[in-house]
Design a binder for this molecule. Structure first.
Ligand SMILES: Nc1ncnc2c1ncn2[C@@H]1O[C@H](COP(=O)(O)OP(=O)(O)OP(=O)(O)O)[C@@H](O)[C@H]1O
Ligand SMILES: [Mg+2]
Length: 596
């Protein structure tokens, strides 16, 4: 949180926007492999724009020929032929330019998208607690799209307009220096004003973008939790929330439009004023015989082109600025440190599964005021089964997440096979761990895909065997489509107990040294629980297992039970030891459950 807030302040100070440009420039390396396409495309752009400038000159020449004052002694049919060739070149070069620029922007953006995705999935859990899913989604879609537009269209247009501006001014100077100077007198005013205005407009553009992202975050959150929205009949509340956010966008967009509109009005007024003034001066020069009528036509047409180029520069300029903003945001993610190294493949590492917690103190980074674990000690031998019991919120799931190295410790150490967790390659470490989490999350595909998520190269037989062991085969084979049954988004088309058994099958298939079961059988009825418990007992054989359970009956047979309270272990021992301690917490818990 603190980091993102600091980031925002940075953007508001104009000085730092240099940093933004710097970041945007880093993105260029993604385009480097396609630079030849880009440069050749640029050449065609140059050719096309250059050839385009022949038209106004030809228009003037047509009139000069018609009144018998041709500059080069050409006839009308000579000029007609030249114009035909020019048209051909113009069409040909435009076609190739579009193709070449598309090549750069499509392929370059695909690389950025892939890298961005890779970066996102390899971020530590903390990153996802700091950033909302909707915002991250908009980075990878809207921002990249904006960048793509900038490279394929805006940049080309910007360059084309600048070329026409420069080319136009040169032709103007050659046609009539005196008229050109009159014309140029208005330029600096417009340019200075345009730059100042552009900066102002950029501020609004960014604000609008931020608010727009906010609305899509709300939309996404609502859709993700649509059952909750409906169950609590909060459609009206969400509608208000969304509506308010959309209205804010409209508010800012209208202000933004007003500034842009003013900008355009200014440019048009100044340019038309200048054009009429130039036209008037030109007519006087024709009257006095200083220039030919055709030259005036050329001059006026080119002035219109130059004026148009100038007017559109502002728009393209702000669009480029927006693209810089988008690249800055993309780059911020790309510059983040990954926790998983996805560039090299790691060799499998076999662990025995000895786990030690040594005076572990831990606070969640998103809630640093609350110490969740307060100096926790724990030793688990390889292949042993231990249970964590204790009140809700005591820190049981936290312990499991720390073994997976989802978070950094604040103090103390966690050792696996006598080696601190941080010294392991995170992939090698996690390859040795399987978890059946408290809240099972499935992917939207088939049951087969979800089980095979434990090991992608598993055969059909292995998947079925795992499903059988998890006591899931019975319900899976009951579905008409069997393993191919689609589970719906996040698994909503399955019951809680069915989801849990799929998660168990997934863990079985992974065949890990360390097994973490966080309330793995909580969603099952007594009969299924007994069956799955048997399956889990088989599964736990020879593996280090940590079982979290509220129902004490399910953990009776483990090697050691730890009773957790307020981030500390207050009792430990076998079921027999603990149950016979009349004043103990475990005894108390057991009595309560027995009474129920
Ligand atoms: N991601 C998180 N960020 C901040 N605080 C968290 C986070 N996850 C859990 N906590 C807090 O840490 C404490 C311990 O949570 P934990 O999930 O470990 O409890 P638990 O023992 O598993 O409880 P339960 O039996 O209800 O599952 C709780 O006070 C909880 O509010
Ligand atoms: Mg928990």
């Amino acid at each position: 949180m603190a980091r993102s807030r600091r980031g925002k302040n940075k953007e508001e100070r104009p000085k730092i926007s240099k940093e933004g440009y710097q970041k945007a420039k880093q993105l260029l390396k993604y385009l480097a492999p396609y630079k030849w396409s880009f440069f050749v495309g640029l050449l065609f752009l140059l050719l096309g724009s250059g050839v385009f400038m022949i038209f106004p000159v030809a228009a003037g020449e047509l009139i000069n020929i018609a009144i018998g004052k041709s500059t080069y002694g050409w006839t009308l049919s000579d000029l007609g032929l030249i114009l035909f060739v020019v048209l051909l070149i113009q069409g040909f070069s435009s076609y190739l330019r579009v193709l070449l620029f598309a090549n750069v922007s499509e392929k370059g953006m695909a690389d950025i998208r892939k890298h961005l995705y890779q970066k996102l999935v390899s971020q530590p859990i903390f990153f996802f607690e700091q950033n909302r899913v909707g915002e991250l989604t908009s980075r990878s879609t809207a921002d990249v799209q904006q960048l793509q537009d900038a490279i394929s269209i805006t940049l080309a247009e910007l360059i084309r307009q600048i070329l026409m501006l420069i080319g136009g001014i040169i032709i103007l100077a050659f046609t009539s220096l005196k008229l050109s100077l009159t014309m140029l007198a208005t330029f600096p005013v417009v340019i200075i004003f345009a730059i100042g205005f552009g900066r102002y407009i950029r501020k609004y553009a960014k604000k609008r973008q931020d608010h727009l992202a906010e609305t899509s975050v709300i939309l996404e959150e609502t859709l993700q939790a649509i059952t909750v929205v409906k169950a609590f009949t909060n459609e009206w509340y969400e509608r208000l929330r969304y509506g308010k956010s959309v209205d804010q966008v409209v508010d800012i967009s209208l202000k933004y439009a007003r500034v842009r509109g003013l900008f355009i009005v200014f440019i048009i007024t100044v340019l038309f004023g200048a054009m009429f003034f130039v036209l008037w001066s030109g007519a006087r020069m024709v009257e006095s015989g200083a220039i030919r009528p055709g030259d005036l036509v050329t001059f006026i047409t080119i002035t219109a082109i130059v004026g148009g180029a100038l007017a559109s520069l502002g728009d393209f300029y702000t669009q480029m600025l927006r693209a810089v903003g988008a690249s800055e945001r993309i780059m911020t993610i790309l510059n983040n440190e990954s926790e998983v190294d996805m560039t090299t493949e790691v060799a499998p590492l076999e662990l025995d599964g000895v786990i030690d917690f040594q005076s572990v103190k831990f606070r969640y980074p998103s809630r640093p005021d609350i110490e969740v674990l307060k100096g926790l000690n724990l030793h688990i031998n390889a292949g042993h089964k231990i249970a964590l019991v204790g009140a809700s919120g005591a820190g049981k799931s936290t312990i499991v997440q720390l073994i997976l190295r989802f978070y950094q410790l604040n103090e103390g150490k966690i050792l696996v096979d006598q080696k601190p967790l941080e010294e392991y390659n995170i992939t090698q470490l996690r390859q040795n761990i399987a978890i059946v989490p408290q809240e099972v999350i499935l992917f939207g595909g088939s049951i087969r895909e979800n089980i095979a998520y434990g090991r992608h190269n598993a055969t059909e037989e292995e998947i079925i065997a795992a499903a059988k062991k998890a006591n899931a085969w019975e319900f899976i084979s009951g579905f008409p489509e069997g393993l191919e049954t689609l589970v719906g988004e996040r698994g909503i088309k399955l019951s809680g107990g069915q989801r849990q058994r799929i998660a168990i099958a997934r863990a079985i298939l992974k065949d890990p040294a360390i097994l973490l079961l966080d309330e793995a059988t909580s969603a099952l009825d007594a009969e299924s629980e007994k069956l799955v418990q048997d399956a889990l007992n088989n599964l736990m054989e020879g593996r280090t297992s940590i079982i979290i359970a509220h129902r004490l009956a399910t953990v009776r047979k483990v090697d050691c039970i730890y009773v957790l309270e307020n981030g500390q272990i207050i009792e430990q021992g076998s079921h027999q030891d603990l149950i016979t301690n009349d004043n103990g917490k475990y005894n108390q818990l057991a009595k309560l459950q027995f009474e129920m």
